[in-house]
Design a protein around this ligand. Structure first.
Ligand SMILES: [Cu+2]
Length: 220
């Protein structure tokens, strides 16, 4: 093989490797976690069980990142933030909150809005708001007018979970609320608490990555 062909071969190989790397990068950007269905409870009613963990651990690609998880109808916890729920139905949501507070910068978001009755329960007690500084995360879907602030586990709590999978035997807050879905569509939801430890202003990394602090409600 002459020197020109050797050069062409090297350049060709380099182009192939580069194209593969670009494909991998774009693939990672557009890859979504699996869609997890809520669990049927009654006619036009489903149960959606979520949890938040201060670090997702081996369940996620970024072990130190704060994350939501969802329980599938078989009772298994899945690292995803894309939930499928039926249209024109009641969705009974339970969130097991294992993370401590980061605080909300906008106190407006510490009021419950858009749930049935505009209330939630926190450890069995009905509430309409929490002190903004006690918020650990929010479950908010602006398109649906939904905001639910999640109270953090107190600093002094015994047996806190530091890395997932967190067990219900560890310190947590239990938050419940019900939402009424309307017409089918893909509704974005997200956390509004700057909870991304170690990122600029707390808004990088898990705060802008589907599968951690952002996701979709697939209303079908
Ligand atoms: Cu958060």
């Amino acid at each position: 093989m002459g020197p020109i062909w050797a050069r062409v071969t090297v350049i060709g190989a380099a182009v192939v490797v580069l194209a593969a790397l670009i494909a991998l990068y774009v693939g990672n950007l557009v890859t979504e976690p699996p869609t997890v269905s809520a669990t049927p409870a009654a006619a036009h009613e489903v149960q959606l069980k979520l949890k938040t963990e201060p670090a997702v651990g081996p369940q996620g690609a970024n072990a130190p990142w704060v994350s939501y998880l969802v329980q599938n109808p078989e009772g298994k916890w899945i690292h995803s933030t894309i939930y499928q729920v039926p249209a024109n139905s009641l969705v009974h949501v339970t969130v097991y909150q294992f993370d401590s507070d980061s605080g909300l910068r906008n106190p407006f978001l510490s009021q419950v809005q858009g749930t049935v009755g505009n209330t939630m329960t926190v450890d069995g007690k009905t509430m309409q708001a929490i002190p903004p500084e006690e918020a650990s995360h929010t479950f908010a879907a602006p398109q649906m007018g939904l905001i639910v602030p999640l109270r953090g586990v107190p600093e002094e709590a015994e047996n806190p979970c530091e890395e997932g999978p967190c067990s219900l035997k560890q310190a947590h807050e239990t938050i419940t609320f019900t939402i009424r879905t309307g017409k089918p569509g893909r509704y974005r939801w997200q956390c509004f608490v700057p909870c991304a430890a170690g990122f600029l202003a707390g808004f990088g990394g898990p705060m802008q990555t589907i599968g951690y602090m952002d996701g979709f409600l697939e209303v079908v």
